[in-house]
Design a protein around this ligand. Sequence first.
Ligand SMILES: Nc1ncnc2c1ncn2[C@@H]1O[C@H](COP(=O)(O)OP(=O)(O)OP(=O)(O)O)[C@@H](O)[C@H]1O
Length: 369
Amino acid sequence: MTNTAIIQFNNVTKQYDHDAPVLDHVSFEIERGKFYTLLGPSGCGKTTILRLIAGFTEATSGDIYFNGKKINHIPANKRQVNTVFQDYALFPHLNVFENVAFGLRIKKMKKSQVAAKVKEALSFVNLSGYEDREIKEMSGGQRQRVAIARAIVNEPEVILLDEPLSALDLKLRYQMQYELRELQRRLGITFIFVTHDQEEALAMSDEIFVINKGRIQQSGTPIDIYDEPINRFVADFIGESNIAKATMIDDFLVAFGGEQFSCVDQGMNPNEPVEVVIRPEDLEITSFENGMLQVEVNSQLFRGVHYEITGLDKEGNEWLVQSTKKAAVGDKIGLRFDPEAIHVMRFNETEEDFDRRLDSYSEGEADGK
Ligand SMILES: Nc1ncnc2c1ncn2[C@@H]1O[C@H](COP(=O)(O)OP(=O)(O)OP(=O)(O)O)[C@@H](O)[C@H]1O
């Protein structure tokens, strides 16, 4: 475990009854003081990870550590963790002050200290002066802030946020994304945020875990995950992508769309079937003759800042391009791209498989193979 790791999952599996596991041998580390996002489609196991960290449920197998100590059987109220729920779970019959003070009162803190801490927490979320308001008199965004104040007032080491922005309209959602990110920076507490919205994850996080079917597919910074998706699921889930079936002819040479291209990837088997990703913004439109790939335009949409054009290559792959250039349906155009824009992926490889593959190369080198 690294020095800064605050939470560690070691081969954690969670299974209900005899169903397939909801989490399947999940291992990861959470470093102190960063903003993490668990990103994945509905039912992939995001909330289950939060519940295991909070102590609302126990792992079927595997170990969970907090600050280096195993916490598998430590009850929720003994953990240095607070949760902000999707529906905020505020007490409707209590005013803002009492909602925030609730946890401190349970701890039997002195009245004067409670008042000072609640005041500070409310000022952190820009709600100073709202102490006496009823919850029903607060807007969605304000309720959200009360829920956050209630979590931070306990001074936890980690705050878990389960889709906390999903009930807000788009404009407020953007504002709260900004506020939450700023708040995390100011407090320096570790935030673990759950969402199924990839844009939200890219905008807010230091680190993202992309999860599918109970397994972490990839973890990394937003830029790593966007630029270097490890498999089709991640490439597809994070932003718009062009994904095509391809053949890795040799190191640095890949074939797709009926042509061969230089690329920066290596270390696969000769003629291994793979998939390639090229982001739409990395494709440039040129004349048919000058195209590295030649396509026939089959759709065009004006999106305000650019046109979104799709075209089919001679193998029938569809390529989406974002361009300020116009092209009409039926036009034959060429596409150009840099070798770095081509990203080669092995079929269904997850991060763990990838790491194992890298290890096996270095072991091979050490053996002199
Ligand atoms: N108490 C339970 N008993 C049986 N199955 C459960 C239980 N809780 C969750 N599950 C199942 O575990 C799977 C993962 O659920 P989880 O809530 O972790 O997903 P999620 O990624 O947070 O989804 P969402 O975005 O829809 O909240 C789902 O298939 C769900 O039906």
